[in-house]
Design a protein around this ligand. Structure first.
Ligand code: APR
Length: 266
């Protein structure tokens, strides 16, 4: 393990252009449940019952979607970046990491301090106008809890009132959460693909690699000649692709790797 960690650290220390690709596992130590671990979100909610546009416009929210939305808001509002997120931000400050591609909608890579975060599944703290496409940031600690509160007070059937929950754009259009639901196109994928195909090293952290097209990205990196380093608490999910597989929690492995990189660089 120590030997492997030093091998990984020396690869990262000399990386031409490191890209991180993250899934819900990197946010698990921030208290946000993953999707497919035992007891995870998809053990408790049926994604198909989250409605065609899921919780996006609330106006069409199903009971399942309502409960899912409440739980997501509750855990995201309490979540803060953990040492795994902070280690990736440190690698950017060291000039080694160029971007984070994330499947997560929890805003934690931005809060940790990364400045180039490609959110292929969107961000729950961002609204998008259904008419003009303009996006708006939501304030953590204020906007989402207020929406959950108002949602609780509205009569289930009154979909017009539910739709009013979503703030209006200044163009007059209705807004929706800027998150990607099953069956909807992912966001910024050409940017993610380019980052994967031009990186020298990809760190794949905390993802089961089952949802495409995002899960194709480590293969694109590998195909373009990058070294792929996987960090996952329960095993390797990219056995054919990963050059190194570190089976450890991200919040423990990443800070140790960054400390070893700092030692190598002096
Ligand atoms: N550190 C590292 N890895 C972890 C940790 C941890 N502390 N905790 C869990 N993991 C690993 C699990 O072993 C699992 O392989 O993180 C992975 C999480 O996998 P999923 O729950 O499938 O989440 P993810 O890969 O992000 O799912 C991708 O599926 O439902 C959609 O939109 C959703 O973005 C999500 C996508």
């Amino acid at each position: 393990m120590i030997e492997q960690l030093h091998q990984v650290a020396s690869i990262i220390a000399s990386a031409r252009n490191l890209v991180a690709f993250t899934g819900s596992g990197i946010s698990a130590e921030s208290g946000i449940p993953t999707f497919r671990d035992p007891g995870g979100l998809w053990d408790r909610y049926d994604p198909d019952k989250l409605g065609s546009d899921g919780v996006a416009t609330l106006g069409k929210i199903t009971e399942e979607g309502r409960a899912f939305f409440r739980e997501m808001v509750d855990t995201l509002e309490r979540a803060r970046p953990n040492p795994g997120h902070l280690a990736l931000a440190e690698l950017e400050r060291m000039g080694i990491l160029s971007s984070v591609i994330t499947q997560n909608i929890d805003n934690l890579h931005w809060e940790a301090g990364n400045t180039t975060v490609i959110e292929v599944h969107g961000n729950l703290y961002r609204l998008r106008c259904l008419t003009c496409g303009r996006t708006f940031k939501l304030k953590k600690g204020e906007d989402l809890p207020a929406m959950v509160q108002r949602l609780a007070e509205i009569n289930e059937q009154d979909s017009l009132e539910l739709a009013q929950l979503m703030p209006k754009c200044r163009c007059g259009g209705m807004t929706r959460f800027d998150v990607v639901h099953f069956g909807e196109p992912v966001q910024d994928f050409p940017q993610a693909e380019h980052a994967a195909q031009t990186c020298g090293v990809m760190l794949a952290v905390g993802t089961s690699g089952v949802v495409t097209p995002a899960a194709l990205l480590p293969g694109y990196a590998k195909g373009a000649g990058a070294k792929v380093i996987e960090i996952n608490a329960t095993g390797s999910y990219f056995p054919q692709i990963a050059d190194f597989s570190i089976v450890e929690k991200a919040g423990e492995a990443l800070p140790r790797i960054v400390a070893a990189v700092r030692e190598i660089l002096g």
